[in-house]
Design a protein around this ligand. Structure first.
Ligand code: PLP
Length: 376
C-alpha cells in the first residue's frame, strides 16, 4: 500500500502517541471539572493547550479551545461572530466547513457575503480584499491553503489589510497546522485547527485559538454544562469554559498533546522541508508523464504537499480505483468538499485525483506513485 491521502486524514498515529493513549484508556478515564478526580482530565487538557499554544506562538494557553474538529470550530466562530445584516468575505478556496455555514447565513438573509476570486492555480491577489471591504464588513474567513489545489494563500497580507479596516479575521489552518510554520499573533484574530491531519491526532479532535481582539465579540454558539459557574443558566464568561460546553473528547485531546509535542521536538521547519521535497519530486516526475495534468501551482514553495491531477480520458473515480487495485495507491478522487475551488480550477463537476503526502511518505513511494501513473 502507498498512502497518499494525508490531506483527508493521517493514516496512523505515531507509536509514542499510541502508547500514551493505551495508558490512558487502561487507567483513569474521567470527566474534567466534574469531580475531584476529573482534575486529571483538566491537567491533560492543559498540557494539550500548552502544546497548541507553543505550536502557534500563542502566549496564553487558556485561549485554546478544543472542539470536535475544524468544521465545528468554523461553525462556532462564524455563528458566534456575525451580526444581523453584517457583511462577510471569504475566498473561492474555502472548504465546505466554512463555505456552507456562510452560505446558509446568506440564504437566510442574515448576512451579505462575497467570495474573493482566485486564479485557476488558486492564487489570490491581496488587493482583492481591499476592493471588497464595505462599511459593514465584519469578518474575513480564509483557508491557509486549498485542500484541492494545495496552493498557499497570502493570509498575512490579506489579514493585515482587513484588520487595518477593523475587520475580524478567521484563519482555517486545517491543511497547514503542523505543516507550515505559523505564528498566530502576527496573522489573525482566530485560528482553526483540525486534529487528524498534519497534527497527527485522532479523528474528531481539533479546535481553535481565540485572539484577544475577539474576547468581547464572540458569542457562544453552543451552550451546556461546563462544571464551572454551575449556579448560572448562562455560559461562564471566562476562557476556556465559555466555549467548551459538554464532556470533552479527552482521548482526542490527549492524542493532540502527545502528537504536537512530537512535532515540536522535530520542528515544523524540518517537517516543511521534508514534505516540500516530496511535492517537488512528484511535480517534477509528473512533467514526464503524458496525459496527466497537474492542477494548481507547480511551484513546491507555494503549496502544501497536496497535488490534484486530471488524467485525460479517465473519470477521476475510475483512475483512483485503478491506481488502488493495480498498484495499492490510496488517493482521494472526485470533488473534495470545496466546489468553489473546483469551479475556479476548472475541474467542476468531474473533480480530480488528489495525491497528498505526510509524515510516513518516502521518496520510494513518490517514485512508486509516478510509476503507477505512467502505467495507467
Ligand atoms: C481546509 C479545510 N477546512 C476544514 C476541514 C474540516 O476539518 P475537520 O475534519 O476537522 O472537520 C478540512 C478537512 O478536510 C479542510 O481541508
Amino acid at each position: 500500500m502507498i498512502y497518499a491521502n494525508y490531506a483527508a486524514t493521517a493514516p496512523a498515529l505515531s507509536r509514542g502517541v499510541v502508547n500514551e493513549l493505551y495508558g490512558y484508556i487502561g487507567g483513569i478515564h474521567l470527566n474534567g471539572g466534574r469531580n475531584f478526580e476529573g482534575l486529571e482530565a483538566q491537567a491533560l487538557a492543559l498540557r494539550a493547550r500548552r502544546a497548541v499554544a507553543r505550536l502557534f506562538g500563542v502566549s496564553d494557553p487558556l485561549r485554546v479551545i478544543f472542539t470536535g474538529g475544524a468544521t465545528q470550530s468554523l461553525n462556532m466562530l462564524i455563528h458566534g461572530l456575525v451580526r444581523e445584516g453584517c457583511h462577510v468575505l471569504a475566498t473561492m478556496m474555502e472548504h465546505n466547513a466554512a463555505a456552507r455555514p456562510l452560505e446558509g447565513l446568506r440564504k437566510n438573509g442574515r448576512i451579505g457575503l462575497d467570495w474573493l476570486p482566485c486564479s485557476p492555480e488558486g492564487f489570490l491577489d491581496a488587493e482583492e480584499v481591499r476592493k471588497a471591504i464595505k462599511k459593514n464588513t465584519r469578518l474575513l474567513v480564509m483557508t491557509h491553503a486549498s485542500n484541492v489545489l494545495g496552493t498557499i494563500l497570502p493570509v498575512t497580507e490579506c489579514f493585515r489589510i482587513a484588520r487595518a479596516q477593523g475587520v475580524f479575521t478567521v484563519l482555517d489552518a486545517a491543511q497547514t497546522g503542523g505543516i507550515l510554520p505559523l505564528t498566530m499573533g502576527e496573522c489573525c484574530d482566530a485560528l482553526v485547527f483540525a486534529g487528524h491531519k498534519g497534527l497527527g491526532g485522532l479523528a474528531g479532535s481539533g479546535g481553535f485559538v481565540l485572539g484577544e481582539a475577539l474576547s468581547g465579540e464572540m458569542r457562544p454558539w453552543m451552550s451546556g454544562g461546563t462544571g464551572s459557574a454551575s449556579g448560572s443558566l448562562a455560559m461562564p464568561d471566562f476562557m476556556p469554559d465559555r466555549f467548551e460546553p459538554g464532556t470533552q473528547n479527552t482521548i482526542g485531546i490527549l492524542s493532540l498533546a502527545a502528537s504536537i509535542e512530537e512535532i515540536l521536538r522535530i520542528g515544523v521547519e524540518t517537517i516543511r522541508e521534508r514534505e516540500r521535497g516530496y511535492t517537488a519530486r512528484f511535480l517534477s516526475g509528473l512533467g514526464d508523464i503524458k496525459k496527466v495534468d497537474p492542477c494548481g501551482t507547480r511551484d513546491p514553495d507555494r503549496c502544501v504537499p497536496v497535488v490534484s491531477v486530471v488524467i485525460r480520458g479517465y473519470d477521476a473515480g475510475e483512475a483512483s480505483r485503478l491506481l488502488f487495485e493495480r498498484h495499492g495507491i490510496i488517493t482521494r478522487s472526485g470533488l473534495h468538499c470545496s466546489p468553489l475551488a473546483h469551479q475556479t480550477g476548472g475541474t467542476f463537476p468531474g473533480g480530480t485525483v488528489r495525491f497528498s503526502f505526510g509524515g510516513g511518505t518516502t521518496d520510494a513511494e513518490i517514485d512508486g506513485i509516478l510509476e503507477g501513473l505512467s502505467a495507467l
